[in-house]
Design a protein around this ligand. Structure first.
Ligand code: ADP
Length: 334
């Protein structure tokens, strides 16, 4: 069911680590971010100082974590990984920061979800490489400033708009990750097939890439599922026929929509006359959490030109009616 969910499950992260690119040269696509980042890293290496803090923003599964790890390996430093929601107390963050070695990379995933006190601690750490360590409790508590090693913070966010101004301003480089072109996804697939020892034909690859919603994580996941199918039901080779049959079995349609996407569109069209309707109402209609509909389904439906976000609510486009095999309403869509 989760074939095209761009977020990774815990088990999947383990499988994924085998497929991660390890250098910028190995990193496929995202030409703009990759070229800019290359320059930032090269400049820092020449100056012999850690590069500016880096913010990577964009939907899940596009390679933000991979890039954070690549920054570390390009600089030859180690990368410590945490996430906004995992930092419960600012003391935990202070300990983490003071344990960083000179020039290390600290990667904070979902940085928009960091708690306010920890965020404030981060300001001073990012700017002056200092943290305030609070000693004692109550009125007698004192803050002792502690020097930390110069480091590079790499923050990742799926919702750059939710970042506070002061935090955003402290990043010297902001990379906006874009959905991948199909040709780039085919290159991702070729590389992954090689690493997994899977025989993948050009047509099979194009078929999987076309249904991967511009997202390498989904491309790799579909490749693994299609491979399973190829091994069990065919001779192990991933051909066009095998890819089509397997993806049909997993309910991924020719645009990469899964059952949830289609039920969102279907509800929008058949229950709300194509909209406009609020996302919360729409989510209830399909029995999903609003944030799943908003963060998992919508970005892709919008990009595929099937759904529009308007001030009055969500609207199905003409393409949505056609994709569901329905006639576009006579008076046009709202
Ligand atoms: P994010 O942090 O944005 O959610 P990840 O960096 O975890 O995304 O990437 C998800 C998976 O997709 C990784 O396992 C990696 O193998 C693959 N991937 C992402 N971007 C690329 C790329 N540019 N080239 C090759 N593989 C990639």
């Amino acid at each position: 069911d989760d074939a095209v969910d761009p977020r990774a499950g815990d088990e999947e992260r383990v499988v994924e680590s085998a497929l991660r690119p390890h250098s910028l040269a190995d990193f496929i696509g995202q030409p703009k971010v990759a070229r800019q980042l290359d320059l930032v890293l090269e400049g820092a290496k020449r100056r012999g100082r850690p590069p500016d803090h880096v913010l990577l923003s964009g939907p899940p599964g596009l390679g933000k974590t991979s890039l954070a790890l690549i920054i570390g390996s390009e600089l030859g430093t180690s990368v410590k990984i945490t996430s906004g929601p995992a930092i419960e107390r600012s003391g935990d963050l202070a300990a983490m920061l003071s344990n960083l070695g000179h020039g290390d990379v600290l990667f904070i995933d979902e940085i928009h979800r960091i708690a306010r006190p920890a965020e404030e601690l981060l300001y001073m750490a990012m700017e002056d490489f200092r943290v305030d360590v609070v000693v004692g409790k109550g009125p007698g508590a004192t803050a002792i400033p502690l020097e930390i090693n110069p480091f590079t913070l790499v923050g990742a966010t799926t919702r750059a708009g939710l970042l506070t101004g002061p935090l955003r301003d402290r990043f010297g480089f902001v990379g906006q990750m874009e959905f991948y072109e199909t040709a780039d996804l085919e290159r991702v697939l070729a590389r992954s097939a090689d690493l997994l020892g899977v025989e993948l034909t050009a047509e099979g690859s194009a078929e999987i890439a076309g249904r991967s919603r511009g997202t390498p994580r989904i491309a790799n996941r579909l490749l693994r599922r299609v491979r399973d199918y190829a091994e069990v039901r065919a001779d192990g080779r991933v051909t066009l026929e095998v890819a089509r049959a397997a993806l049909a079995l997993y309910d991924v349609d020719d645009l990469g929509l899964d059952r949830l996407d289609r039920s969102v569109l279907d509800a929008l069209v058949s229950r709300f006359g194509g909209g406009p309707v609020g996302v919360a109402t729409l989510a209830v209609a399909v029995g999903e959490e609003p944030h799943t509909v908003e963060e998992v389904c919508e970005p892709f439906l919008v990009r595929a030109g099937l759904l529009a976000r308007t001030p009055r609510g969500r609207v199905a486009t003409e393409a949505a009616w056609r994709h569901l095999g329905l006639a576009v309403p006579r008076g046009g869509v709202p």
